[in-house]
Design a protein. Structure first.
Length: 228
């Protein structure tokens, strides 16, 4: 999978050389390219923003650098998925991550300031499928942190990125429930014993206990998930 990221703070993404995604990039499973939006400006100050029409606080990102960047990155690609992290977008879920992990080419445009000139989204729709995606109901300073979360959630679902694919199946949110609790040695630690069933060797009993735990946790921590 190829992912292009456009940002005015490309060094935010330096951490994506680490761990499983770093290995996936080295092996070529994940072709992640980070770009500086200012490379598509042509003035001496490499200007990417301007004042908003109609007045108001803050600055708006100019459309032309975005259009030039999207033209370049979408060239030769068959309708890439173009994602703009935005608190005004659809909420990103595990199902979104799974869906995006099946795409060949994602382009992620990270806005800053008060946002990107609205016409950019219309223009982008002429090049690919546009998705405005929110990490949740809170406001970040820009799209970068949201983009990193999405890249990690999507990237780890690409076949071969996580060594043992079984570990993907049993995670929180994969089956609409929270994950069951995990324990390791020692079996008693600071007077706290591991639940006896996990030491029983009875696989059916263990599976039943884990399922109960998933339901009980989801009910108490995230009852909204059970409605679905
Ligand atoms: N940019 C600013 N806030 C955001 C959020 N909650 N999700 C995605 N992108 C954002």
């Amino acid at each position: 999978m190829r992912i292009d990221v456009v940002s005015i703070f490309p060094s935010y993404f330096d951490g994506l050389t680490l761990s499983l995604l770093g290995k996936a990039r080295e092996s070529g499973i994940l072709d992640l390219r980070i770009h500086d939006l200012r490379d598509w400006t042509s003035d001496r100050h490499r200007t990417v923003d301007d004042t908003p029409y109609g007045g108001g606080a803050g600055m708006v990102m100019k459309p032309e650098p975005w259009a030039l960047a999207l033209d370049d990155l979408a060239a030769g690609s068959d309708r890439p998925t173009i994602i703009f992290p935005s608190p005004a977008g659809e909420v990103f879920h595990q199902t979104t991550a799974r869906e995006l992990s099946e795409r060949e080419h994602l382009i992620i445009g990270c806005g800053r300031y008060e946002g990107i000139d609205e016409r950019v989204f219309e223009y982008a729709a002429s090049l690919g499928e546009v998705r405005l995606v929110s990490l949740g109901d809170y406001v970040l300073n820009g799209g970068e942190v949201a983009a990193m979360a999405m890249i990690e959630a999507v990237g780890r679902l690409i076949p071969g990125v996580v060594g043992n694919p079984d570990s993907l199946v049993e995670e929180s949110h994969e089956d609409g429930l929270l994950e069951y609790p995990s324990y390791t040695k020692p079996s008693t630690w600071r007077d706290r014993a591991v639940p006896g069933v996990l030491l029983s060797g009875n696989h059916a009993a263990i599976a039943a206990w884990r399922r109960e735990q998933q339901l009980a946790r989801t009910e108490s921590r995230r009852p909204d998930l059970l409605k679905d």
